[in-house]
Each structure stands twice: as structure tokens, then as C-alpha cells.
Design a protein around this ligand. Sequence first.
Ligand SMILES: CC(C)(COP(=O)(O)OP(=O)(O)OC[C@H]1O[C@@H](n2cnc3c(N)ncnc32)[C@H](O)[C@@H]1OP(=O)(O)O)[C@@H](O)C(=O)NCCC(=O)NCCS
Length: 181
Amino acid sequence: MSILETSHLRLRLFRPDDFDDLARIYADPEVRRYFPDGTLDRTQTKEELDWSIAGGDGDRPGFVLHALIERRSERLIGRAGLLSWEIDGALEVEIAYLVDRSFWRRGYGGEIARALVRHGFETLGLHRLIALIHPNNTASIRTAERAGLRLERQTTVEGSPCLIYSISRSPPLPLPDGRYG
Ligand SMILES: CC(C)(COP(=O)(O)OP(=O)(O)OC[C@H]1O[C@@H](n2cnc3c(N)ncnc32)[C@H](O)[C@@H]1OP(=O)(O)O)[C@@H](O)C(=O)NCCC(=O)NCCS
């Protein structure tokens, strides 16, 4: 089932047969360069895939990673989604994106990041979204900025330095008669 579609991409629920493609992408040290846990082996990939297919954590269902599909080729070219985190004592929703290295620099990262922001605000009614980014991850910083997020602060997440980029939905403007359209 599709979660959302953009001009070139589709986000759909993960399936068990996505495993080999996902494991290949997660084994690439360049793709996983700025993740504290580095590359994932097949066992770790299977655990994450199973978690996504099962719908995530029971107390925050639906905040999982999804398969990122290139519409033209129908190939799995990464994963993306909205993830729920507790950061510095506050519940936050992160836009998460990761693209297979052979598909970088085609605009796909920015396209899915913008779509996730729209989905979070317009479909899910969220008011604030963040990106958690290693300070040296220039590509991710540019991708977050292309989606309208701005640097908020630096913190530490699971022992690693991390920039928090954020975007908040503007409050709706009241109509002239005082109602909200
Ligand atoms: C971050 C990532 C998703 C970007 O994907 P992408 O498809 O290459 O992104 P785009 O082509 O849409 O580019 C988005 C912006 O980043 C810039 N960018 C992309 N790669 C870059 C790089 N290596 N260095 C500097 N800027 C880069 C692009 O120029 C563009 O900015 P612009 O529109 O101002 O020119 C991809 O690099 C990736 O998957 N990295 C590994 C996983 C990861 O780190 N995910 C984020 C975790 S926080």
C-alpha cells in the first residue's frame, strides 16, 4: 500500500521480499557513514525490517520506515518515513531518509524529505517535525534545508553528537469572521 507519491517516488509499506535490496543498501559504508551504528549486517537489517513490517512500537504505532520506490523503474532505492523519538525529554517526530548511493544527487532525497513534511503536517496533523543529523553530514543538512527545516540546536543522541533541524507548521490564520477555514 502506498503511503504517498511524488513526481518520481513512491513510499509504500515494507514487504519481506524487500530484504535483499535493503541489506545491500545497509551494507554500504558510504550510505551508513554518519549513522552511529555504521553498516548493518543481514541479521540487523532483518530485525529492522521486521520491526517496520510489524508497525513499529506498540505505544507509537505507524511511526516506521517505509520502502522508497523509484516510480519509473519500480526499484527499491532506499527507505524513508516518520519516526517517533524522545529527545531531551520531549516527544519528537523525525523525518528520516536514506537513498541508495547509485541514486544520489538526482533530487530524490529532497523530493522525499519535502513530501514527508507535507504528509506530517497535512495528513497526520503534526505541528512540528525534526531531522537528526550528524554535524558532518552535509548532504543530509542540505536535504533538510531543501525541505524547509532550519538548524535549531546541537545535542547528543545515544552518545553521538547530533544537530536538530526543525520545522513548525504555522498556526492557521482565522477567517475574517473569526472562524478557522
Ligand atoms: C542525504 C541523502 C538522502 C541525500 O539524497 P540525494 O538524493 O542525493 O539528495 P538530493 O539530490 O535531493 O540533494 C539534496 C540537497 O543536498 C545536496 N547534496 C547531496 N549530496 C551532497 C553531498 N555529498 N555534499 C553536499 N551536498 C550534497 C544537493 O546538492 C541538494 O542541495 P541543493 O538542492 O541545494 O543543490 C543521501 O545523501 C543519503 O542517503 N545519504 C546517506 C544516508 C543519510 O545520511 N541519511 C540522512 C541521515 S540524517
